[in-house]
Ligand binder design. Structure first.
Ligand code: ADP
Ligand code: ZN
Length: 738
C-alpha cells in the first residue's frame, strides 16, 4: 500500500508503468482461485487481463456466458484503486455486486434506485479507496457533480459493459451511452475495457469510434456455446410438446419466448392448469409486476416464464437450463442472444425452436407493415432464420458460420447431428403436390393446397369447385403435418415457391416442369414423428446407472440446501453456488475443506460461509445411502468368496444361487468400479470384439441379441462382463469430463 501511495505522486502514465511491473498473470491466477474458486482461465481471459495490466485499451467480444466479467473484475481486485464499471441496467448491477460480495470482494453500485444518503455513503467509500469495484449507471457517470469525485478517487480501470449500447447501429442503442466519450478524453492514462456480446462488425467499429479509443486491442472470442443443445421441431401441437418437454425438467428454470403478449398469458395459464408453475412477462405489465416476475424467476420460486423478447435482458441468472421458442425469432441475432441465456454456468442446457410457415407469414406481415428503409434487410434476415429452421445440416455450423466463424464439423449436440435425416424417393409425392398447385391455377395458399390434396371437406373447397380437380384427395395417405413437412422441403429444393407479395399463394417454378413430366426424380427426407425422434434420442442417451441416479438425488439435496441458504441471505440461489458447482459436488462428494476447495466455484469466502453446511449435507447423504448399499451386500458376499479363491461353481453351491447369478454379481460390482480381474473369464481382445459389435445393435443392449450376433461364440457371462466393462469405461469418461 505504501508503495502505491508513493507512486501516486507520479504522473498517471508513469504510475501505470511502475504498477505494471508488479502485476502479472500469476497474481491474477492466484486471485482467480482465491476469490472465484476457478482453476484456469477461459479462452482469452488471460490475454485480456494482461492487456489491462499493461494499461492498454481493449474491446472484448464474447458470447453471453463466455466470462466477460472476470476480465475486468480480476484486474480490479489485483490492482490498487477502484475499477469503475458502467452498466446500463439496474438489475444487472445489483446481480453482479451481489455475486462479487458473495465472493468476499468489496463492490457497490450507484444508480437511481438509491436515495441520496445511500449514494453519499457509497461515494465516501469510493473516495476512501474502500471499494474494489464501483458500478455506475451512465447517467450517474456523466453528471457534473460526480466529476470531481472521479478525479480525486483512484480509478484503475473503466469497464464499459454492454458496450454495444453506445452504437446506433446496434440493436439496443442508449442515448446516455453516447456521452461516454469524455472518459478517454478526461482520463487518457486509465485503460478502458469495453465489453459486448454483439459481434457484428459495424457495431464493433462504432464502439471504438464512439469511445474515442485510439488503438485498442480487439479480442474476439469464439461464439460457440457447445453446452447448449439445439433442436427445431415442426410447430404442431406445441402445447402438448412443451408439456412433455417440461415434465422431464422438474424444478429447472426455463424461458418460453412467444411472439405476442396475449400468447404469453395464455400459455402460462395452460401450464399452470397442468400443474406447472409458470409466470408471464411482457412490456404491457407495470414495472412492479415485471420486477416481481423477474425476482421470482431469479430466486427459483417460479421456474417457467412465458415471455416476449423483453424478458431476459437484465438477467444474469446462470442456471437457466432451457429455452423454448414458441415462435420463430425474427433473425439469427435475436435467436442466438435468446438461447444464449441458457447454460451460462457452462453445464448442459437445452433449447427447442418451433417452426411453421404460419410464423413466417405473420413475421413477414409485421415487417411489411412497418415499412422503413431497412425492411429489406430485415426480410433477408428472416430468410436466413427460416433457412436455419429448415436446414438438414448441423445447426451449430450454420449458426457459427452466420457469425463469421469457420466451422466445418458436425457438433454432435443438435437434432440434425443426433438424428441424421434419412432420404427416400419422393417423386410421386412431389408430382401430386405440384400437379395440385397447377390445377388450382397457382392461386391458393399452402393450407388450402394441402387440404385439397387430403380431400378435406372444407367449405371453401366446395364453393370453388376444387373437389372436382383430379388431384383432390390424391394425398389422403399423409397427415396434414406430414404434408407441411414435404411442402417445406419442396419449397427449399426450389420446386415450389411462396409468392409473399400475392397473399402467400403457392407458385410453380421452372424446376417444377421437370418433375411433373417425369424427367427428374426427387429425394425427400422421411418425416419422423416426434415420438419416433424422442425414442431415437432416448436410445442414444446413456441409460441412467445407479451411481448417476444417486448423484441426481444428492444434487437435489444440495439444490434444496442452496435454496434455503439463499432465502436466509436474501440472494438468488445461483449466487450461493452455480449448478455447475453443485453437480461437481454431487459427483465428487467432498467431505473436507481441501476436497471442497477443489470444486470449481468454491473460493475462500464461499468455503468459509457455506462449506460446512454443504459438506454436512453430503456426509448425511452418504451415510443414509451406504445403509441401503448394505441390502445389496449379497453381491459383495459373492465377491468376497471369489476373492477367497473359490470357483464360481463352488460359490454357487455354497450360496445356493445359480452360477449365472454369481456372474452377474461380479459383473455388477466390476461395473461399479470394483477391482476384479476379468482375464480368467474373457480376454481383453474378446471384450473389444464384443464392444465393437454394439454399434450395430439397439439400446438397451440385450444379452440375447449379442449372443445371437456371434452365433453362440461367447457365453452369456462373457458378454455380461464385456458390457460391464463397456459401461464402466463410459462412466469413467463422464466423470473425467465433468
Ligand atoms: P458474460 O458476462 O460474458 O455473459 P459471465 O462473466 O457472467 O459471462 O460468466 C458466465 C459464468 O462463467 C459465470 O458463472 C462465471 O462465474 C463463469 N466463469 C467465468 N470465468 C470462468 C473461468 N475461468 N472458469 C470457470 N467459470 C468461469
Ligand atoms: Zn450439429
Amino acid at each position: 500500500m505504501k508503495l502505491f501511495l508513493l507512486i501516486l505522486d507520479y504522473p498517471l502514465l508513469v504510475q501505470y508503468c511502475i504498477l505494471n511491473h508488479y502485476m502479472n498473470l500469476d497474481t491474477a491466477q492466484t486471485a482467480l482461485k482465491k476469490f472465484f474458486g476457478y482453476e484456469t482461465f477461459r479462452p482469452m481471459q488471460a490475454e485480456i487481463i494482461q492487456a489491462v495490466y499493461e494499461g492498454k485499451d481493449s474491446l472484448v467480444l464474447m458470447p453471453t456466458g463466455g466470462g466477460k466479467s472476470i476480465c475486468f473484475q480480476l484486474p480490479a481486485i489485483t490492482m490498487p484503486g477502484t475499477c469503475v464499471v458502467v452498466s446500463p441496467l439496474i438489475s444487472l448491477m445489483k446481480d453482479q455486486v451481489e455475486s462479487l460480495r458473495a465472493n468476499g470482494i468489496r463492490a457497490s453500485f450507484l444508480n437511481s434506485s438509491l436515495n441520496s444518503a445511500e449514494q453519499q455513503a457509497i461515494e465516501n467509500e469510493f473516495f476512501n479507496g474502500e471499494l474494489e469495484l464501483l458500478y455506475v449507471s451512465p447517467e450517474k457517470l456523466v453528471t457534473s457533480s460526480f466529476q470531481p469525485l472521479l478525479k480525486k478517487a483512484k480509478v484503475n480501470l473503466f469497464a464499459i459493459d454492454e458496450a454495444h449500447c453506445i452504437s446506433a447501429w446496434g440493436h439496443d442503442f442508449r442515448p446516455e451511452y453516447s456521452q461516454l466519450k469524455f472518459v478517454k478524453r478526461n482520463f487518457p492514462a486509465i485503460p478502458i475495457i469495453a465489453l459486448t456480446a454483439t459481434a457484428d462488425k459495424l457495431t464493433r467499429k462504432d464502439i471504438v469510434t464512439q469511445l474515442g479509443l485510439p488503438s485498442p486491442n480487439v479480442f474476439v472470442a469464439s461464439f460457440d456455446r457447445p453446452n447448449i443443445s439445439l433442436e427445431v421441431r415442426p410447430g404442431q401441437k406445441r402445447i402438448e410438446q412443451i408439456l412433455q418437454f417440461i415434465r422431464l425438467k422438474t424444478g429447472q428454470s426455463g424461458i418460453i419466448y412467444c411472439l405476442s403478449r396475449k400468447s404469453t398469458e395464455d400459455l402460462a395459464a395452460k401450464l399452470n392448469a397442468k400443474g406447472i408453475k409458470a409466470g408471464y412477462y411482457h412490456a404491457g405489465l407495470s414495472a412492479a409486476e415485471r420486477s416481481k416476475v423477474q425476482e421470482d424467476f431469479i430466486n427459483d420460486q417460479v421456474p417457467v416464464i412465458a415471455a416476449t423478447i423483453a424478458f431476459g435482458m437484465g438477467i444474469d441468472k446462470s442456471n437457466v437450463r432451457w429455452i423454448i421458442h414458441y415462435n420463430l425469432p425474427k433473425n439469427m441475432e435475436s435467436y442466438y442472444q435468446e438461447i444464449g441465456r441458457a447454460g451460462r454456468d457452462g453445464t448442459k442446457a437445452e433449447t427447442l425452436l418451433f417452426y411453421s410457415y404460419g410464423d413466417i407469414m405473420i413475421l413477414r406481415d409485421i415487417l411489411s407493415k412497418n415499412q422503413s428503409e431497412n425492411t429489406e434487410i430485415q426480410m433477408a434476415k428472416l430468410d436466413r432464420m427460416q433457412q436455419y429452421a429448415e436446414s438438414l445440416a448441423c445447426r451449430r455450423r450454420i449458426l457459427l458460420n452466420y457469425f463469421s466463424e469457420d466451422s466445418n464439423e458436425g457438433c454432435g449436440n443438435c437434432d440434425n447431428c443426433l438424428n441424421p435425416p434419412t432420404y427416400f424417393d419422393g417423386t410421386v409425392i412431389a408430382q401430386k403436390a405440384l400437379s395440385a398447385a397447377y390445377r388450382l391455377r397457382e392461386n391458393v395458399g399452402l393450407r388450402l393446397l394441402i387440404d385439397v390434396l387430403r380431400g378435406s371437406g372444407r367449405k371453401e373447397i366446395f364453393e370453388n369447385g376444387f373437389d372436382s380437380i383430379k388431384t383432390y384427395g390424391a394425398g389422403r395417405e399423409f397427415s396434414f403435418f406430414d404434408w407441411q413437412h414435404y411442402m417445406s422441403q419442396l419449397i427449399n429444393l426450389g420446386y415450389l415457391e411462396i409468392a409473399y407479395d400475392q397473399k402467400n399463394v403457392v407458385k410453380l417454378t421452372p424446376a417444377s416442369q421437370r418433375v411433373l413430366f417425369g424427367k427428374e426424380k426427387i429425394q425427400l427426407v422421411q418425416q419422423t414423428t416426434v415420438k419416433a425422434r424422442q425414442e431415437a434420442a432416448k436410445a442414444k442417451s446413456k441409460p441412467i446407472s445407479k451411481r448417476e441416479r444417486v448423484r441426481d438425488d444428492l444434487f437435489e439435496v444440495l439444490r434444496q440446501l442452496r435454496k434455503q441458504l439463499a432465502q436466509q441471505r436474501g440472494v438468488p440461489p445461483y449466487i450461493i453456488f452455480t449448478d455447475a458447482s453443485l453437480e461437481e459436488m454431487a459427483a465428487r462428494r467432498p467431505m473436507n475443506d481441501a476436497a471442497m476447495q477443489q470444486i470449481s466455484g468454491v473460493g475462500e469466502r464461499k468455503l468459509q460461509l457455506y462449506g460446512d453446511a454443504f459438506m454436512q449435507a453430503i456426509r448425511d447423504f452418504v451415510a443414509a445411502n451406504s445403509a441401503s448399499i448394505k441390502d445389496g451386500s449379497t453381491s459383495k458376499l459373492s465377491l468376497e468368496l471369489f476373492r477367497q479363491g473359490l470357483t464360481i461353481d463352488e460359490i454357487s453351491v455354497k450360496r445356493e444361487l445359480a452360477p449365472r447369478t454369481i456372474y452377474s454379481h461380479l459383473a455388477q460390482l466390476y461395473e461399479a468400479g470394483e477391482n476384479i480381474d476379468l482375464k480368467p473369464f474373457i480376454s481383453a481382445t474378446h471384450i473389444d470384439t464384443i464392444i465393437q459389435a454394439l454399434k450395430y445393435l439397439e439400446k438397451p443392449y440385450k444379452l440375447k441379441d449379442i449372443y445371437d450376433r456371434f452365433d453362440g461364440q461367447y457365453q452369456y457371462h462373457q458378454i455380461h462382463f464385456a458390457l460391464a466393462h463397456h459401461r464402466r469405461q463410459d462412466k469413467n469418461e463422464i466423470t473425467s469430463l465433468s
